[in-house]
Design a binder for this molecule. Structure first.
Ligand SMILES: C[S@@+](CC[C@H](N)C(=O)[O-])C[C@H]1O[C@@H](n2cnc3c(N)ncnc32)[C@H](O)[C@@H]1O
Ligand code: SF4
Length: 474
């Protein structure tokens, strides 16, 4: 007993000693609701009831432009999970009935066929990501079947990058070997937190041995990059528990780490109502968790890529950051860039550069559209010239830490952005002039807030009372 409390004391004293690198007052000031800018305009500003014919036309046009050059990216959303993690904000369907796999695969194949007809020539697949839900809910045989449906009518770019989100509890050697044989080299595991008490309250019992086993298996088979997702700000999380989780994590040397801020959005993710809000860390505690995580990761050789992402210097993401090759989309930062992302499956998002579309969010509605052989697009957005220009400013800031203004945008920049830039400069987060903006080393911790200076939708909307709600920056 004495030994345990002594250990806790040593952990907390040491942890508190290392966390105070960013002024807490500054963190507090910028800890306001702000989007993660995985798209611009951000999803809450898209419109319901997108014109499906217009989306098809834009998709076809962008496909013709891009297929022969870089090829396309595919995202397949596999929504099923066996049990509900109460913190989860993803689009998922909880079931233990695995017969849903076949039904869902058939629907995905039909949706793919609708797009194949639109494409009218075999697509060149450069990037492919299986996300969820839990893609490893599907049996290895079914994943193989599904991927073969995709590959049967497409050409795989020799320089491809295929990745999957795996759950450490149910990712088997068979899953990994099957995927490796199909060209997958990246796997991302949801780790979240290793503390048994935190795991109990978030309903995700996941012994650290399972994470180690899944990581060792991926490496033994030949996966070249393993990512871990961690979350800070979960219920019952403490400085000591996070300290321990991060030390256990860095000991396994994942190539990349996503260190997410827990997004508490109980108005859309009802599972988050299943734990007591009193168990959530206070804003001040959450900021300490954030500081501790950032500091510990950088002390252990992880380079801060920006907005939640860290990578070892041996990982391609590190070189991409230095060489200005980073891109940002719905999956966060990526190292390759195609201009057309096609999302298949319930709730999936497609990005055609000048337009976005999102599929129906419930399985019931998704299946109903597919039954009628119609594209299940529900929401979306067609970008104006102004949107494209400001999207590029936001991408520049988040991927390169700097941007150059075009003369023709100066009137809009003066009207909306410059007053924001003045405030950011006063806090030493940026340097700027009428030529452009450069993010400072301090500003790199506040990228979301800096991007907001170019979010004309949000800035215009601020004048109105009931705007969309976002999670806080930290
Ligand atoms: C689809 S899940 C990952 C794969 C698999 N389902 C699993 O949980 O291991 C995607 C990631 O989103 C993150 N996530 C989910 N809900 C979140 C929330 N409310 N706030 C922050 N991150 C969240 C988690 O880190 C999770 O690993
Ligand atoms: S965190 Fe992963 S496993 Fe848990 S409910 Fe969400 S998608 Fe499913």
């Amino acid at each position: 007993m004495i030994q345990i409390s002594l250990l806790a004391f040593v952990y907390s004293s040491f942890a508190l000693y290392i966390i105070m690198t960013i002024d807490p007052a500054l963190l507090n000031k910028y800890n306001v609701p702000v989007p993660r800018y995985t798209s611009y305009p951000t999803v809450p500003f898209w419109k319901d009831g997108i014109d499906s014919a217009q989306w098809k036309a834009v998709f076809q046009e962008q496909f013709k432009l891009n297929n022969g050059k870089q090829g396309i990216s595919l995202y397949l959303h596999l929504p099923f999970c066996e049990s509900l993690c109460t913190y989860c904000g993803c689009n998922k369907k909880i079931t233990t009935n695995h017969t849903v796999e076949e039904v869902y695969m058939e629907a995905l194949a039909k949706e793919w066929n609708i797009y194949l007809e639109l494409m009218n020539e075999p697509p060149v697949v450069r990037e492919l990501h299986l996300g969820g839900g839990t893609p490893t809910f599907f049996s290895p045989e079914n994943l193989k079947k599904l991927l073969n449906i995709i590959f049967e009518k497409s050409i795989v770019n020799p320089d491809h990058e295929f990745s999957i989100e795996g759950h450490p509890n149910n990712t088997t050697t068979e899953h990994l070997q099957t995927l490796f044989d199909l060209g997958f080299r990246r796997v991302s595991y949801g780790v979240q937190d290793n503390d048994p008490e935190v795991q109990r309250v978030i309903n995700r019992i996941q012994p650290v041995e399972n994470v180690q086993r899944a990581t060792d298996a991926a490496r033994a088979i030949g996966f070249k990059s393993v990512n871990f997702d961690l979350i800070y700000g979960l219920p019952l999380q403490t400085i000591e528990s996070l300290y321990k989780t991060i030390l256990q994590t860095v000991a396994m040397r994942p190539d990349r780490i996503a260190f997410y801020s827990y997004a508490h959005v109980p108005w859309t993710s009802r599972g988050q109502r299943l734990f007591d809000e009193k168990d959530l860390p206070s804003t001040e505690e959450k900021m300490k968790l954030y500081q501790l995580g950032k500091e510990l990761l950088s002390q252990n050789g992880y380079f801060d890529i920006g907005m939640d992402h860290f990578a070892l210097e041996t990982d391609d993401m590190y070189a991409a950051k230095l060489e200005g090759r980073l891109h940002r989309n719905f999956m966060g930062y990526t190292t390759q860039h195609t201009s057309l992302l096609l999302g298949l499956g319930v709730s999936s998002i497609s990005d055609a550069g000048i337009a976005f579309s999102q599929n129906e969010k419930t399985l019931h509605d998704y299946y109903a559209f597919i039954e009628r052989n119609e594209l299940p697009v529900k929401r979306g957005y067609f970008l104006s010239e102004e949107d494209v220009a400001f999207k590029n400013y936001i991408l520049d800031i988040s991927c390169k830490g700097k941007t150059t203004f075009k003369k023709e945008h100066l009137p809009l920049l003066k009207e909306f952005s410059f007053s924001e830039l003045i405030k950011l400069e006063q806090d030493q987060l940026i340097n700027w002039s009428e030529e452009g903006v450069t993010v400072t080393a301090l500003g790199a911790h506040f990228i979301r807030n800096i991007c907001k200076a170019f979010d004309l939708h949000l800035l215009r909307n601020q004048q109105e009372t009931a705007g969309p709600r976002f999670s806080k920056a930290i």
